[in-house]
Design a protein around this ligand. Structure first.
Ligand SMILES: Cc1ncc(COP(=O)(O)O)c(C=O)c1O
Length: 397
């Protein structure tokens, strides 16, 4: 007899206790709850463009649905899209990339997940930027690797200090993560520093996960990928995608570019998890890469303009001081002069001022002393948020 109504304990795998999260989604939920209670909240927490996906891309997606692109595709992606990505990466990074070095996945994130699963065994070390995108640390810990943070410092405009990187590299280092332009700081790693990172790696068998998802949202100068450094292409896993560049976060499409033998392994992980990325989404991706690019430039210019306005506004508020980011759509003010810690300040701004931002600590221990605001919101809302923060600061600081 099986006893009825017994509530069995949930026995989770140990590794689940090591999994982190992306706080943006939690803050979003909290903000929505406040809105349900009738409070007004300006959403500067979530990292996604507020623009619509460009019309030509939407049309290509609809057309693909009508034409029956509604079935499985090969796990690594449709040949047409892999070819378009290979051409795009070859053109933008000045390296020779072939379609069999491309794996299409549902968003940029799965490339992080799959890279760690494929490369990192227990005890291997992964060096990653901190403050940085929280999923890096989460995934390193999840697979049992050792997460080795490299602190990004405000006085260097949040560009990694390569002199600090060198002593972190050990016999057990398997992977170094780079991200430029960077989330959450808007920092950019200049070409000379990228080259110095490559020199620091030297002949070692260390791979680099180069997260270039914001590469088309760099305000000045050309982005420079470590893939472009002679000798580094085979040791680079380039992560890029469509979410930020083409305002396609909800379509779920991204890709990795890597040596062919690794691409085969990452494809096996795709077969074991998602099977493939949605076929009509991939067809829209072909149009995104090959079609009119004017929307990208417009969005980038707008993000730069909004960042300038928001940074200037924050710098007028008591206790806040902020550098102009060099790319992406985040501003990352120093709030130490408020006398508040980051998390309580973010909570107070949400609950008392109606402005949703993220604590710098959502991006790791070295994010203490900072907040992250996304400027992917209208200028009107950004101005309103500045007024609310200013008023709150006048009353509380
Ligand atoms: C640095 C960085 N890499 C990757 C991603 C993942 O993007 P996607 O939505 O394509 O998975 C994000 C999204 O916020 C990001 O900030």
């Amino acid at each position: 007899m099986i006893a009825q109504g017994v509530q069995h304990e949930l026995l989770l795998a140990r590794r689940m206790s090591r999994l982190g999260t992306e706080t943006a989604f939690e803050v979003l939920n909290k903000a929505r709850e406040l809105e349900r209670q009738g409070k007004s909240v300006i959403h500067l927490e979530i990292g996604e463009p507020d623009f619509d996906t460009p019309a030509n891309v939407v049309e290509a997606g609809i057309d693909a649905l009508r034409k029956g692109w509604t079935h499985y595709s090969p796990s690594a992606g449709l040949p047409e899209l892999r070819k378009a990505i290979a051409e795009y990466v070859s053109r933008t990074r000045g390296v020779e990339v072939s379609p069999d070095e491309v794996v299409v996945v549902p968003g940029g994130k799965p490339i992080m997940f799959f890279t760690m699963l494929a490369l990192i065994d227990e005890g291997y070390e992964v060096i990653y930027p901190n403050p940085g995108f929280p999923i890096y640390e989460s995934m390193i810990n999840y697979v049992g690797g050792k997460a080795v943070p490299i602190q990004l410092r405000e006085e260097r405009d949040f560009a990694m200090d390569v002199d600090e990187l060198v002593p972190l590299i050990t016999e057990r280092t398997r992977l170094i993560i780079l991200n430029s332009p960077q989330n959450p700081t808007g920092g950019v790693l200049p070409r000379k520093d990228v080259e110095r990172v490559a020199r620091a790696i030297g002949e070692r068998n260390i791979l680099v996960l180069s997260d270039e998802i914001y590469s088309r949202l760099q305000f000045e100068g050309e982005p420079f990928s470590i893939m472009q450094v002679p000798g580094m292409q085979d040791r680079t896993i380039l992560l890029d995608g469509f979410s930020k560049t083409y305002a396609m976060t909800g379509w779920r499409i991204g890709y990795g570019v890597m040596r062919k033998d690794l691409a085969t392994q990452i494809t096996r992980l795709m077969t074991n998890s998602n099977s493939c990325t949605a076929s009509f989404t991939q067809m829209a991706g072909v149009e995104a890469l090959r079609g009119d690019q004017s929307a990208v430039g417009r969005m980038c210019a707008e993000f730069q303009h909004r960042s300038e306005v928001f940074v200037a506004g924050l710098n007028r508020i008591k206790g806040f001081s902020c550098h102009m980011p060099k790319g992406a759509f985040y501003v990352f003010p120093n709030i130490t002069a408020t006398g508040w810690k980051s998390k309580p300040l973010a909570d107070a701004l949400l609950e008392q001022a109606g402005v949703a931002a993220l604590s710098g600590t959502a991006f790791g221990q070295f994010g203490e002393g900072y907040l992250r605001f996304s400027v992917a919101n209208s200028m009107e809302n950004l101005e309103k948020a500045l007024q609310r923060i200013d008023q709150w600061a006048k009353q509380n600081l």
